[in-house]
Design a protein around this ligand. Structure first.
Ligand SMILES: Cc1cc2nc3c(=O)[nH]c(=O)nc-3n(C[C@H](O)[C@H](O)[C@H](O)COP(=O)(O)OP(=O)(O)OC[C@H]3O[C@@H](n4cnc5c(N)ncnc54)[C@H](O)[C@@H]3O)c2cc1C
Length: 233
C-alpha cells in the first residue's frame, strides 16, 4: 500500500547533521559526526534541518476520504499527484469497507449494494445517456480507493504523525500513518530510529492532551495560569 521511492533520503539523520555542520564550520565529510550532530539537532528542537530530508512515496488503496484529510497537511509546501477520475475505468471501482460495516452482515450488504448501484449508474450514464465520464464520476463515493504520488519533507510528516496517531484521528488515517512508519522503518536503519522515536501522538510531545474528548491517556490541557502547576500534580 505504501511504496517508498528512491528519491527519499536514505540517511535522514546524517543529512540533517551535514546541513547543520555547514553553518557551524564543522568537517562535514565525517559521516559519523554528521549523524551525531543530526541527532543533537533533533533532540534540541532545531527542526529546520528536518526540511532538507525528502520523502517521496506512492500511497495506494486508501479511500478518497482519507486522502482528502491528507491534503490538509500543508506545512512546508508539499506536493502530490492523484489518480484521475476522468480516464480510469470506474465502472468497477474498488472501495474501502470500514471494519464496523464489514463485521455486520446486514450493514455489509447495504454498503456493498450501494457501491454496486453507484457503479451501475456511472456505467448507464455513460453508455445509455452519453454522459461524459468526467460528469458521471460526480457520483463516485468518498469511500472509493485512490492512489497518489506524494512528496514532502520529514518535518511535515512528523508533525502529521502527532495529529494522526492520536486516537481522535479517523481510524483509516491512523492505519495509514502506521503503514508509512512501517515502510520507512524498512527503508534504512536511520528511518527505523526516526519512526520509533519521533513519529508519536501529540500527547507524547506535549506531555498532556489537547483534545476536548480525550482518550484519557494523559491529562487534558486547560488554558489558564494554573495549567503548568496542575499538570505537574
Ligand atoms: C481529530 C481531528 C479532527 C479534524 N477535523 C477537521 C474538520 O472537521 N475539518 C477540517 O477541515 N479539518 C479537520 N481536521 C484537520 C485539521 O484542522 C488540520 O487541517 C490538520 O490537522 C492539518 O493541519 P496541521 O496544522 O496539523 O498540519 P500542517 O498544515 O502540516 O502544519 C504543521 C505545522 O506547521 C505550521 N503551519 C502550517 N501552516 C501554517 C500557516 N499557514 N501559518 C503558520 N504556521 C503554519 C504550524 O505550526 C503547524 O502546526 C481535523 C484533524 C484532527 C486530528
Amino acid at each position: 500500500m505504501i511504496t517508498i521511492l528512491s528519491e527519499t533520503t536514505k540517511n535522514p539523520i546524517t543529512l540533517m547533521g551535514e546541513r547543520a555542520g555547514v553553518c557551524w564550520g564543522a568537517d562535514i565529510r565525517n559521516a559519523e559526526r554528521n549523524y551525531k550532530r543530526g541527532l543533537d539537532c533533533i533532540k534540541s528542537g532545531h527542526h529546520r534541518v528536518m526540511e532538507y530530508v525528502n520523502v517521496e512515496m506512492i500511497l495506494e488503496g486508501y479511500s478518497a476520504r482519507v486522502i482528502r484529510e491528507w491534503y490538509t497537511h500543508i506545512g512546508g509546501a508539499p506536493t502530490r499527484l492523484q489518480a484521475s477520475t476522468r480516464y480510469i475505468n470506474y465502472k468497477d471501482f474498488s472501495y474501502i469497507t470500514p471494519p464496523s460495516v464489514a463485521g455486520n452482515p446486514e450493514a455489509e450488504r447495504i454498503y456493498r449494494e450501494t457501491m454496486e448501484t453507484i457503479a451501475a449508474a456511472c456505467e448507464r450514464l455513460e453508455s445509455s445517456c452519453g454522459i461524459p465520464r468526467e460528469d458521471a464520476a460526480m457520483l463516485l463515493p468518498l469511500g472509493m480507493s485512490t492512489k497518489i504520488v506524494d512528496k514532502r519533507n520529514v518535518r511535515n510528516l512528523i508533525e502529521m504523525s502527532h495529529q494522526r496517531l492520536c486516537t481522535r484521528a479517523y481510524w483509516e488515517y491512523r492505519g495509514l500513518m502506521q503503514d508509512i512508519c512501517r515502510a520507512l522503518s524498512e527503508y534504512s536503519e536511520e528511518w527505523k530510529y526516526l519512526t520509533e522515536h519521533y513519529f508519536v501522538p501529540k500527547c507524547d510531545v506535549a506531555g498532556y492532551c489537547t483534545e476536548k474528548k480525550s482518550c484519557g491517556r494523559t491529562k487534558v490541557f486547560e488554558p489558564g495560569a494554573d495549567n503548568i502547576n496542575r499538570l505537574r500534580e
